[in-house]
Design a protein around this ligand. Structure first.
Ligand SMILES: Cc1cc2nc3c(=O)[nH]c(=O)nc-3n(C[C@H](O)[C@H](O)[C@H](O)COP(=O)(O)OP(=O)(O)OC[C@H]3O[C@@H](n4cnc5c(N)ncnc54)[C@H](O)[C@@H]3O)c2cc1C
Length: 337
């Protein structure tokens, strides 16, 4: 277990924000968590768990301990004609695991190709994309509980997964370090084609394979989302807002161009990116440090040397403008530290 102080986090967040961690511990083995709790001085400080930093905005230096997750390992627990069950350590890269699954003919996660986070955060953030949700493939999650110093396992159905939400962001917030996620995957490939644009792009193929789905999704992502190594970003900055049916109908009467998607819970989801776009944010001023992506206004970009404060100030400006024009309060999807 390695400890650093005054550690630069610039290379540890995809927004490419310069911030320092007062203390930075690397958790490379499960026992490192037990060693950490014995270091009472550090254990009593504020802490944050860091995966790949792809959904985080560091608004300032972090006063306390950053626990960097480097837990690694993939174990196939079951592989029969119908299903595969795979236990994956939480510091593994999510997209590398998707690639592993596609090559092994374990299906379900291929629509989630190209998401640049860790396995642990995929459960915490309840990731989803192109019509697929990770929650549908999570059998159980193991975590270390800082409240009573023990490893625990929770079943997927008890994780209270919601739209970019889970028990780890609420009841277990601050106390659970996810150590592994066990996935239950299909052996028979059934493409998930609920997302219109994906269906359209896949229609040129006579036969669909998981590898084709993965390649097409990676291509769509590279067209729509600027590479964070060039323009720092954290994917979607805000959540897509959900309205009651009545409220959505009222708004659509005023703005007929609004895209609206009925949800299973009876609510209607609007596209936050479209709301931001309609407020004129795609036009970027010369020399601006922050802007939004030309192909997707939901992606806020560090256009060069922006600080976390610059990002948050721009987010506030977007929130205020969207509220004034549409009466909708946007909620950040990113975690702000
Ligand atoms: C270019 C780009 C595209 C993206 N596309 C998508 C997308 O299509 N769909 C989607 O859902 N998301 C997307 N994201 C967002 C992001 O990749 C996911 O939320 C991802 O799961 C975050 O993983 P991470 O390891 O980087 O987490 P981090 O950013 O490091 O952490 C995120 C949060 O999870 C907590 N956390 C991390 N690891 C653990 C752990 N082991 N135990 C407990 N808490 C933990 C952190 O404390 C923090 O609160 C995208 C981001 C980028 C930059």
């Amino acid at each position: 277990m390695l400890l650093y102080s005054d550690f630069s986090l610039k290379d540890s967040n995809t927004f490419n924000l310069a911030a320092k961690a007062e203390y930075y511990f690397e958790i490379a083995e499960r026992q490192d968590l037990e060693s950490f709790i014995r270091k009472r001085r550090y254990f009593e400080m504020p802490r944050i768990i860091l995966g790949n930093g792809s959904n985080i905005v560091f608004s300032k230096d972090f006063k306390g301990v950053v626990l960097k997750n480097l837990l690694s390992g993939i174990e196939v627990l079951q592989d029969d004609d119908n299903q595969a069950v795979v236990k994956v350590s939480s510091g593994e890269d999510f997209d590398k695991f998707v690639d592993f699954c596609v090559k092994k003919h374990y299906f379900g996660l291929e629509n989630l190709s190209g998401i640049p986070g860790t396995i642990g955060a995929s459960a915490v953030q309840s990731i989803g994309a192109y019509g697929a949700d990770v929650k549908n493939y999570i059998q159980e999650v193991e975590y270390y509980d800082f409240a009573d110093y023990s490893f625990k396992t929770i079943k997927g159905e008890d994780c209270k997964f919601g739209y970019r939400d889970s028990i780890f962001k609420n009841d277990l917030k601050d106390n659970a370090f996810v150590t592994s996620v066990t996935f239950k995957l299909e052996k028979k490939f059934v493409p998930i084609l609920d997302y219109d644009y994906l269906r359209q792009r896949l229609s040129e193929f006579q036969i669909l394979t998981p590898n084709i789905v993965r390649r097409v999704i990676l291509a769509i992502r590279s067209e729509r989302i600027p590479d964070f190594r060039q323009f720092g970003n954290a994917g979607s900055f805000f959540k897509n807002p959900e309205l009651t049916k009545a409220a959505a109908e009222k708004l659509k009467a005023q703005f007929p161009e609004l895209k609206a998607y009925e949800q299973e819970n009876g609510k209607v989801k609007l596209a936050a990116g479209q709301l931001i776009d309609l407020c004129g944010f795609k036009k970027t001023e010369e020399g601006a440090k922050v802007g939004v992506a030309k192909n997707n206004a939901l992606i806020m970009l560090n256009l060069g040397n922006a600080t976390g404060k610059d990002i948050l100030a721009y987010a506030k400006k977007i929130e205020k403008t969207v509220k004034e024009k549409f009466g909708i309060k946007l909620e950040p999807e990113v975690v702000i530290c």
